[in-house]
Design a protein around this ligand. Structure first.
Ligand SMILES: NC(=O)c1ccc[n+]([C@@H]2O[C@H](COP(=O)([O-])OP(=O)(O)OC[C@H]3O[C@@H](n4cnc5c(N)ncnc54)[C@H](O)[C@@H]3O)[C@@H](O)[C@H]2O)c1
Length: 324
């Protein structure tokens, strides 16, 4: 197959590109390196076509050679990272919405299959757990905080995909649940696992937000990437043979863990690997953080034949190794 991966130099995108190359796909990467890193793709540069361009601009897609031969667009380009949601809410909305609309337009023009990387944050503060594929979204009043700039942009992205599906697009939606692994951003704008590890390695402290009781379903990067690739490569539902167009799939682990327990595991792993004495420090978190995020998985399991297989302990060990 020939695939276009927007955001293909980022954390999930670069691993997806490696996976697609292993499956012998021909891959075009479109990324402006806003957060993606050249070193994420430099080892595969000879095997891909890399376009350093803005996914929000229609003209960027004009640079793709032989566009009618693209079979599937995996749209991952977005602004991700909680600190950005609060500090740069309008930029998050601008990039996430406009890149999605432009990528959909490209897929429509060249009759490509389209896979949209949404997020469980598209459900806002929904308290339904496990989170089904068809729950309603719950967003707090915009004057309270700006966190939902991201979740609402993903909600609107899903709406745009469903609208395009009604007009004939073969569009599918995936929602990774806290993917983690090597290449996940480690700075203050990054995500929890590698931020905790980086802080443990640099300052002997692991910061846990609030009382640490909020839980997540952390999902190993290779598991997430397999689910994204399956949703783009399968022609139809494995069980029923029905179309996958308009369907959405949660991609998450069933191993639910509180942030305090995660912090304690990371302290233990870092202490085992180094001579450090790392300890937990409780800090104030961001407003609007969900208390729980657990995926309902029956659709991904039955339609894609997908489930996460890597244990948290194993995944955390691999991630830490990559940072030493
Ligand atoms: N990591 C997760 O656990 C997770 C969970 C849910 C959803 N997602 C979604 O998956 C996708 C990938 O996430 P990630 O964690 O790999 O983040 P990431 O920041 O590493 O990847 C996003 C990529 O998009 C690129 N990008 C940003 N703006 C762009 C633009 N205007 N034009 C072209 N490229 C642009 C960045 O440079 C980066 O390489 C995102 O859409 C994110 O919202 C990720």
């Amino acid at each position: 197959m020939r695939a276009l991966v927007t955001g293909g130099a980022g954390f999930l995108g670069s691993s997806l590109v490696e996976h697609l190359l292993n499956l012998k796909d021909d891959v075009v990467v479109l990324d402006n390196f806003w957060r993606g890193q050249p070193e994420n793709v430099e080892h595969i540069l000879e095997n891909i076509t890399l376009l350093e361009l803005d996914a929000c601009k229609a003209s960027s897609y004009d640079s793709i050679q032989d566009p009618s031969s693209i079979d599937v667009v995996y749209h991952l380009a977005a602004i991700n990272g909680t600190k950005w949601f609060h500090e740069e809410a309008r930029m998050v909305m601008d990039v996430n919405l406009n890149s999605t609309l432009r990528a959909i337009e490209f897929a429509e023009k060249y009759s490509c299959r389209f896979v949209f990387t949404s997020s469980p944050e598209a459900f806002g503060n929904s308290e339904e757990m496990p989170l089904g594929n068809l729950e309603s979204s719950v967003f707090t009043h915009p004057s309270h905080h700006q966190r939902h700039a991201y979740g609402a942009s993903k909600y609107l992205g899903e709406l745009a995909v469903q609208h395009a599906v009604r007009q004939g697009l073969d569009g599918r939606i995936v929602r990774p649940f806290n993917g983690y692994g090597p290449r996940l951003s480690q700075d203050e704008y990054g995500q929890v696992v590698t931020m905790m590890m980086r802080s443990a390695l640099d300052s002997n402290r692991v910061h846990v937000h609030g009382d640490g009781s909020q839980t997540r379903s952390l999902t190993w990067v290779d598991d997430v990437v397999q689910g994204i690739a399956l949703s783009g490569r399968l022609d139809s539902c494995l069980k029923t043979g029905e179309s996958l167009s308009g369907r959405s799939f949660n991609l998450g682990s069933t191993e639910e863990i509180s942030m305090l327990d995660l912090g304690n595991i990371i302290c233990r792993l870092v202490n085992e690997k180094t001579s450090f004495s790392v300890h937990i420090e409780m800090t104030e978190g961001y407003p609007g953080d969900s208390l729980r995020r657990l995926p309902h998985l029956v659709d991904a399991e039955t339609s894609l034949g997908w489930s996460a297989t890597t244990s948290l302990e194993e995944g955390l060990r691999h991630t830490l190794e990559s940072m030493l």
